[in-house]
Each structure stands twice: as structure tokens, then as C-alpha cells.
Design a protein around this ligand. Structure first.
Ligand SMILES: [Zn+2]
Length: 404
């Protein structure tokens, strides 16, 4: 994958060589000019790679530099953004992107990638190619990336989608549902339903724990450590895929069958110092369930409400509102000392999340701070809304290119 390395080299030559203190706006056109002027000297092999690789690298660099300067001038919200760093071989995600040229699915089974050629994919792309063929979707770019030793190609596609103004589905039964993500189970709903983890998930988690320990014991810098790191990455990817698949099935069902879905907010980085695997797994799950529900609620005309991150959904009694501040992660059952309710911990949390919507009337729309009661997203009503769907996980095909 010469292109990926070339991209990094492109970033390298312009991150440091340029005089950082001069107020030159390092915009994409400026970076392009500079690259074109210097490529013969710094990278004599430049024409062996697709020009897209350099272009994408420069585009990312331009964005990173803009974020950095905006952040320093106080024009950008959120955490301070540091100066762009180089990608590091073996540490960073290997990826490059095509935005122009003759890329895309050649048939259902092959993709064409400029400079690389036709590559067979591991998963047929029929769903995507038929949509492209009859114009329901348009190609907007392709990203080739490597995860756990496999190469993937994901396409960005633009599509018109009818966005319902209100819930339309006939199978929509429930009004509001609270969702608590678990570790032992995938999720517990306020309806009392427990959604089980995907099959073989527990076994994969055990393998993951074993592989993590073996990795930790290996000697830094050794061949054994490299091997174990590769093995660990494969298992991590499998666990993540299983969970994502389970979450997709769950979020589609929820967004179709309920009007309002309430989920917890993420634990703030740094707030939770609990590095346990279980916690990490459930946090990634929260981020993913939110991401999926954010667009699926729009698709199906339902609404997503994200609870305030300080809302103690687990520690509050869903029967009377009494709080148990000493509840720990190990307590699987909530026992109320005020009204005597004894209930499963996750179900209690899910019911509290559901109550949150019924109780609060003044919800604030997508506020950034943590001082608001609840946040809402989703429910964008409109006739025809042009939207892009990232085909990465759902609609495109994974291409397994033999690694060079
Ligand atoms: Zn109670």
C-alpha cells in the first residue's frame, strides 16, 4: 500500500518544513502548490502513487491546521486542539481516500481503485451497485483502510430519503422507551425486555481477556509482542463487529417501534477512571448506539433524547425517586430503602430514563454544556432531505486486498 505511506510522507514534508510562525494560511490550495513545487525533491517516487493519496493527505492536514489555529484563537468550541502530529507507522490507522477519478464498484464482486487496479471484495456489493445503477444513490468518495490486518473499502454515498414528519410505521406500539446498555446483556429496555448479547459474544470476550493478558506479559519490542498485538487486534475487531451488529438490529427495531427513545449520555473522558474492560466495552456501545439512533430516528420519524450526563439513572429508585449514593457497579440489584422496591439494576435505570421524558417539559435542543437537563437530537422533519449515508458498516462491502 504505497499510497498510504506516500500520504504520510506528504504530511511529513509539509508539517515541519514550513515556517510555522509565519501567518501563512495553510489552506488546501496553498499546501497543494507547495507540494507540487517540492514533490520532485522530497519524494522522487511521487508518480508511482495515485495523486489522490497526496491530495487526501493534504486535505486532512489543511483541516487539522485550521482546527489548530481556530482553537488557539478561541474560534473553535470544545477542547483545545494541538498541532497536527504525524501518523506513526504501526500506531495510526492506515487509510487513504479517493474523491476523484475512476474508483468505485466495477461489478458486484470487484472494486476499481486507481493505481491499484481491480480488487476482489470479500462481501458482494449488490445492494450498493443496484442503487448506484438506477441513480438512487451517488458516489461521493471512497476510503480504503486497514483494521486488524484486513483491508476495507467504504464508500460515501449521497441519497435522497423521504423523512416522515411523524411516526408512520404500523408496528409502532410503544410510546417512550428507556434503554440501558449492559455488559452481561446487550441492553435492558424499560418495558422489561432484556436484549441478549450476540451469540458467541461471551466466548469472544473471554478470548479477548486471555489475549490481553498474554500481550501484557510479552516483552516490549519483541517479535512475540508484535504477534500478540496482531492477534489481539483481530479479536478486538471481532468483538466490536459482533456488538455493532447486535446494536444495529436493536436500534433499527427501537427507532421503528417507538416514538421517543431515551438513552444515557457517555461518561465524560477523565471522569470515569475505571479502566475495566467491561466499562470500556459499554462506553463504546453507548457511543455507537447514540450514533445509530441519531440517524435512524430521523429515518423513521421517531425522536432520540439523551439524558444529562450527571443524571444518576442507576442510583435513583424508579418507584419513588429515593437515591442510593453508595450503589456500586457490583450491585446488580437495586433495593430501595424508602419504598422497599427490589428491582434489577439495569431495568431500574432504563425505567428512570423513560421517566425522564415524561417528567421534563423544558428540554433544550442540542446544548453543548452539561448544565442542561436533557438533550435532544433527531426529529428533523421535512419532505425530501438530501442526506449522506456512510456505507462503511452497513451498505458497502469489505474488500480484502492481499496486504503487500
Ligand atoms: Zn423507592
Amino acid at each position: 500500500m504505497k499510497a498510504a505511506f506516500a500520504q504520510r510522507d506528504a504530511e511529513k514534508s509539509y508539517g515541519l518544513d514550513g515556517d510555522l510562525l509565519t501567518p501563512v494560511p495553510w489552506t488546501l490550495p496553498v499546501l497543494r502548490l507547495a507540494w507540487n513545487a517540492a514533490k520532485r525533491d522530497v519524494a522522487p517516487w511521487w508518480d508511482e502513487c495515485s495523486k489522490e493519496a497526496y491530495s487526501a493527505g493534504l486535505d486532512q492536514l489543511a483541516r487539522a491546521l485550521k482546527n489548530f489555529t481556530d482553537s488557539r484563537k478561541g474560534k473553535r468550541k470544545g477542547r483545545r486542539v494541538g498541532f497536527p502530529r504525524f501518523k506513526k507507522r504501526g500506531k495510526a490507522r492506515d487509510s487513504f481516500r479517493y474523491t476523484t477519478g475512476a474508483y468505485g464498484p466495477a461489478t458486484d464482486l470487484y472494486v476499481k481503485l486507481p493505481r491499484i487496479g481491480r480488487v476482489k471484495v470479500g462481501e458482494p456489493m449488490g445492494a450498493l451497485t443496484s442503487r448506484l445503477a438506477d441513480g438512487r444513490e451517488r458516489l461521493g468518495g471512497a476510503t480504503v483502510s486497514r483494521t486488524a490486518g484486513r483491508w476495507f473499502v467504504s464508500f460515501t454515498v449521497g441519497a435522497d430519503r423521504d423523512v416522515p414528519e411523524r411516526p408512520t410505521r404500523r408496528q409502532r406500539t410503544g410510546g417512550t422507551v428507556g434503554v440501558d446498555l449492559g455488559v452481561k446483556h446487550l441492553a435492558v429496555l424499560s418495558t422489561g425486555e432484556t436484549v441478549a448479547n450476540p451469540k458467541r459474544h461471551a466466548a469472544a470476550l473471554r478470548t479477548l481477556r486471555r489475549a490481553s493478558r498474554a500481550y501484557a506479559r510479552s516483552k516490549p519490542g519483541s517479535a512475540g509482542r508484535r504477534q500478540r498485538a496482531a492477534g489481539l487486534a483481530t479479536i478486538h475487531a471481532r468483538v466490536a463487529n459482533q456488538r455493532r451488529d447486535g446494536l444495529h438490529k436493536l436500534t433499527t427495531r427501537l427507532a421503528r417501534s417507538h416514538d421517543v427513545i431515551v438513552v444515557e449520555d457517555l461518561h465524560v473522558a477523565g471522569m470515569v477512571r475505571n479502566r475495566r474492560l467491561a466499562r470500556a466495552v459499554s462506553d463504546t456501545g453507548m457511543a455507537e448506539i447514540r450514533r445509530q439512533l441519531t440517524y435512524k430516528t430521523v429515518w423513521y420519524g421517531s425522536r432520540l433524547v439523551v439524558a444529562d450526563r450527571w443524571y444518576p439513572s442507576s442510583k435513583t429508585c424508579s418507584g419513588c425517586g429515593w437515591r442510593n449514593p453508595s450503589l456500586t457497579l457490583a450491585d446488580r440489584t437495586f433495593a430501595c430503602q424508602s419504598c422497599g422496591l427490589v428491582i434489577d439494576r439495569d431495568l431500574n435505570a432504563a425505567i428512570n430514563l423513560r421517566h425522564l421524558v415524561a417528567a421534563s417539559t423544558s428540554e433544550t435542543v442540542n446544548a453543548r454544556g452539561a448544565d442542561h437537563k436533557t438533550r435532544m437530537s433527531g426529529r428533523v422533519a421535512g419532505k425530501r432531505e438530501p442526506g449522506t449515508a456512510k456505507a462503511g458498516q452497513t451498505r458497502s462491502a469489505g474488500a480484502q486486498v492481499p496486504a503487500a
